[in-house]
Structures are given as C-alpha cells and as structure tokens.
Ligand binder design. Structure first.
Ligand SMILES: [Zn+2]
Length: 211
C-alpha cells in the first residue's frame, strides 16, 4: 500500500523536512525538526494521518530549529542517534547554531535503536548509521524513499569540517549508500536535507561520491 511523502520547506535557515505517512495505517513520521507547526498540521490534514514521532538524521541547527515548538504542539517522541544527542542540549556547540548566529533552546530525545530498525505503531523505518557529516548521522530507508539528511545532497555530499565531522568516515558512508542505491529500485526517491528530491537512478549516474 501507498507510502506518502510530502516535502515541507520553510525557506530561510530551515533545511528540508518530510512528512512520511502510511496510508493504510494512518501513521506518520516527521523526518527532521525544522518545519513549522502550521505546515506539519496542514500535511497531516491532507494525508489524514497522525504524527507518531519526529526522526532526526543528525543534530545540526538548520534541521532541529523548530523542535521545541513541534514537541509542545504534537507531544510526540523525538529520535536521534546517540552520538548526535548532545546537539539537542542548549548551547552545545556541536549543533552549530553559532554558524547561523542563533541559539538552540534545547529539548529531550530518545536514542535511535541500534538494531537498525525503528518500529512504531503503524509505521517503521530502517536505519543506516552513516557517520562523517556528523558522528551520529543516519539515513532512513523505506520501500519507496531514502531520507539522507546532509550525508548525501543532490549531486554532492555534506561537509565534514564541522564538530564531529570526519572526511574519511563520510567517504566510506557514501560508498555504502551507493551500494544500497544499486540494490534499490532505480525510481526510489532520495529525500535530501537541502535541494530538490531526486531519483536513485539520476543520483547514481552523476554523483561521484557514490562510486
Ligand atoms: Zn548538517
């Protein structure tokens, strides 16, 4: 049955967020914490689904900036890899809010399970740990979509020179993503942290980091 994915882009400092929903169960996840409460409410209404959790690909400010408001509006759990959890502490330089001249208020979150799967009521995601852009970077896989955060960007990849970044680890993670993409349907949609969505086929043909 149909997997639904809606890109929520607010402009300004915010990265892309995605509402991922399963039509048959009525469950939805918000990938990233940078959409406005209003646009998440609108997307939930359009899909007729209920938000079960917010899943972060990593802890950079542009991906988490609306988290405090989202948590108070939806009272749902937030998930982040253990290695990036310090980013959610107020004033922790690892979230690079300083890069934007901002401060992050801080919030609570759960660690993503290390089993490689997050399974909630009516919806699940496969988790791939892809360090390099940050130490706790993850990619989420579903049947039809891959949520890459900033590890893989359209035609490119994220930077590795920020706190906990590691160029060698990033290159290795991108090669693993390349191997994953070659196994997926060529029409699988890559939902990246910035820029337009793109097919696996297109990205494999042009992105040298995936070779
Ligand atoms: Zn980032």
């Amino acid at each position: 049955m149909a997997e639904i994915c809606k890109l929520l882009y607010e402009g300004g400092e915010a990265a892309n967020s995605y509402l991922f929903a399963k039509e048959e169960t009525g469950a939805a996840l918000l990938i990233e914490g940078c959409a406005s409460v209003l646009s998440v409410k609108k997307a939930l209404k359009e899909t007729g689904c209920e938000l079960k959790a917010i899943c972060l690909t990593h802890g950079h400010y542009d991906h988490i900036l609306s988290l405090p408001e989202l948590i108070s509006a939806f009272s749902c759990p937030v998930y982040i890899a253990k290695e990036d959890a310090p980013c959610l502490q107020a004033g922790n330089p690892a979230n690079v809010a300083w890069l934007f001249g901002r401060q992050f208020a801080g919030c609570e979150a759960n660690y993503l399970p290390e089993t490689g799967e997050l399974s909630l009521d009516g919806i699940s995601l496969k988790i791939h740990f892809v360090p390099g852009h940050t130490a706790g970077g993850v990619l989420y896989e579903t049947d039809d979509f891959l949520f890459t955060g900033d590890t893989l960007l359209p035609g490119s990849c994220g930077r590795s020179d920020l706190p906990t970044g590691d160029e060698t680890a990033l290159r290795l993670s991108l090669k693993k993503i390349g191997a994953l993409l070659r196994k997926k349907d060529p029409e699988t949609i890559l939902c990246t942290g910035h820029g337009p969505v793109v097919s696996a086929k297109t990205e494999l043909a042009r992105n040298m980091f995936l070779k």
